[in-house]
Design a binder for this molecule. Structure first.
Ligand code: ATP
Ligand code: MG
Length: 414
């Protein structure tokens, strides 16, 4: 198949790229692009005049578009043709580009030629009709509308190259990855926390994940599910670190306290304490949860209040005001929904009492914790016993291949 396009052009928001942060933001965006295209070693990235150009190498540009629309901080992207800065070449490439659009009905357009290289013999003004006239002749369905065209054919003439493009595809926006610092996401097996993680990534945070696992109360399947969800986030972030905390001892210690209706409050506070230790170790400056106001007993204002006093780190709750319908929509959009709804038990669901309090009393909670002499030690041991794994973009494919390979070996044996 011949290549229709030569490059992908990525554009960034005016706001995020202004001022002193510009170089830092651009560099972060380039790094993010590199991480996302890791599975394609011959794809190349170049930074030029505040934009990023991606050379697809042996890939079709179309393969890379759905991957690169996920570059955070990016407003839009366009597949572009690149030719010699010469009128005949520019017209020919423009014709091919419109040819590829396979126009079926009358379509309004305008040309927008920008001459940056003054060595090109025609000014920007003069160039517009020079490019448009042959196109109008060749494609009878094209009609000029300079005010509100259905598409704009843009030509940018530089000293050794001319870029031509028509299609503008929206990007996800936000801030370039990691430019707002690092935070630790409490990742459960549910629908909400992966969405919260994606929102945080999109807002320019570097995200590490922490998960509390209560083996054997929760199965290996539950752990696998969380690894899959973190892998889902790695497809957006390029790379994700996942810390898995052995939570069984802490949890069983609480069950012996005879405070069933405070169980969730106590567990959540312990989770925050352990998360705070891991965050300090990993130099993360905030915790992130998937909490949404009023969703369950532990997410009332008074529960949140008592729970969050267990940490001095700020807790970011990207979904706190978001309705469940919208969270589900986002979860489908980012591709974590199908994994999230798998039935494997989370450590909290197992210990949910019949009537968890929606209004815990901080004084009582403090009292219960203070009569547990080993609590601090159990929390430290859980933090120390944390297992860390790293997941990379494209890894789900690799994992699947490894599983297939294992299945094949089994077939040989039986
Ligand atoms: P989710 O769908 O994210 O599980 P949820 O609506 O089920 O959320 P809860 O189970 O009350 O709500 O959990 C609230 C938040 O606490 C989660 O969004 C997550 O950030 C954190 N959390 C809960 N359980 C765990 C766990 N086992 N490991 C890590 N974080 C957890
Ligand atoms: Mg949950």
């Amino acid at each position: 198949m011949t290549k229709k396009y030569d490059y992908l052009l990525l554009r960034f928001g005016e706001v995020s790229l202004k001022g002193r942060n510009r170089a830092r933001f651009e560099k972060a965006a380039v790094e993010h692009v590199r991480a996302l295209i890791r599975p394609y070693p011959d794809v190349k990235v170049r930074r030029e005049f505040g934009r990023i150009y991606v050379d697809p190498g042996s890939q079709q540009v179309e393969t890379l578009i759905p991957i690169l629309t996920n570059v955070f901080g990016m407003n839009s992207l366009s597949p572009v043709r690149a030719v010699q800065p010469e009128l005949g070449e520019i017209v020919r490439a423009s014709e091919e580009l419109i040819e590829a659009m396979e126009l079926k009905k009358e379509t309004t357009f305008k040309t927008n030629v920008r001459r940056v290289w003054k060595g090109f013999p025609h000014s920007s003004q003069e160039s517009n009709p020079l490019v448009a006239t042959p196109l109008l002749k060749r494609f009878p369905l094209l009609k000029v509308n300079v005010r509100d065209p259905e598409f704009e054919l843009r030509v940018e003439i530089r000293d050794n190259i001319a870029y031509i493009y028509g299609e503008v595809i929206p990007g996800v926006g936000g801030f370039p990855l990691g430019t707002n610092g690092k935070a630790l996401l409490l990742l459960s097996g549910g629908i909400d926390s992966p969405v919260a993680g994606w929102s945080a990534l999109r807002r320019g945070l570097e995200v590490e994940c922490i998960h509390f696992h209560s083996y054997p109360f929760t199965s290996d399947k539950a752990k696998e599910k969380v690894i899959d969800l973190a892998q889902g986030l790695a497809e957006y972030a390029g790379k994700i670190k996942l810390h898995i905390v052995p939570f069984t001892e802490v949890q069983t210690a609480f069950t012996q306290m005879g405070q069933d209706n405070l169980m969730i409050t106590l567990m959540r506070r312990a989770m925050l304490r352990i998360s705070t230790k891991v965050a300090e170790r990993e130099k993360a400056l905030a915790l992130i949860t998937g909490e949404s106001l009023g969703q369950v007993a532990s997410q009332t204002l008074s529960s949140m209040n008592v729970i969050e006093r267990a940490t001095e780190l700020p807790i970011l709750r990207p979904l706190v005001m978001t309705d469940k319908d919208e969270i589900i929509r986002l979860s489908r959009q980012i591709g974590t929904y199908e994994t999230s709804i798998l039935p494997y038990e989370d450590c909290c669901t197992l210990f949910i009492p019949k009537s968890p309090t929606t209004n815990p009393n901080l004084r009582i909670v403090n009292k219960v914790e203070s009569v547990m002499p080993t609590l601090e030690q159990l929390i430290q041991e859980a933090a120390d016993g944390t297992e860390t794994i790293e997941l990379f973009a494209g890894g789900s494919v690799k994992r699947r291949e490894e599983e297939d390979a294992k299945a094949e070996i089994k077939q040989e044996w039986f």
